[in-house]
Design a protein around this ligand. Structure first.
Ligand code: FES
Length: 93
C-alpha cells in the first residue's frame, strides 16, 4: 500500500521544531497517561498543525476525532496543544 509513497514516522516528526512542541504539549499538558494513544495523537496533531498552525479548540478536537483516548478525556491534550504546540513563526517545514 505504501509502494511509491513517502512514509513519515513519529521518530522523524518528533525531531522537527513542530514535533518537539507536540511532544512538549502532550507531556506538560498532562495529555499522556497510559500512553497507548500517544503515538497516534502525536501524528494526528502533526497533520493538523501542518495544515493549520494556529487551530482553535474546536479545530483541535476535530483534528483528533479519528483518535481514541480512554484516559484523558482529551481536555489535557487540547489544553496542552493550545499552550505549547502552536506555531509562533519558528517552523521551517
Ligand atoms: S493516554 Fe491512555 S488512551 Fe490516551
Amino acid at each position: 500500500m505504501v509502494e511509491g509513497r513517502e512514509v513519515e514516522t513519529l521518530e522523524h516528526i518528533r525531531e522537527t521544531p513542530r514535533g518537539e512542541r507536540i511532544v512538549t504539549a502532550l507531556a506538560r499538558g498532562g495529555g499522556v497517561q497510559c500512553g497507548f494513544c500517544t503515538p497516534g495523537i502525536a501524528v494526528a496533531l502533526e497533520a493538523l498543525l501542518r495544515e493549520n498552525p494556529k487551530p482553535d479548540e474546536t479545530e483541535i478536537r476535530d483534528g483528533l476525532s479519528g483518535n481514541l483516548c480512554r484516559c484523558t478525556g482529551y481536555q489535557q491534550i487540547v489544553e496542552g496543544v493550545l499552550e505549547h504546540a502552536l506555531d509562533h513563526g519558528t517552523d521551517s517545514l
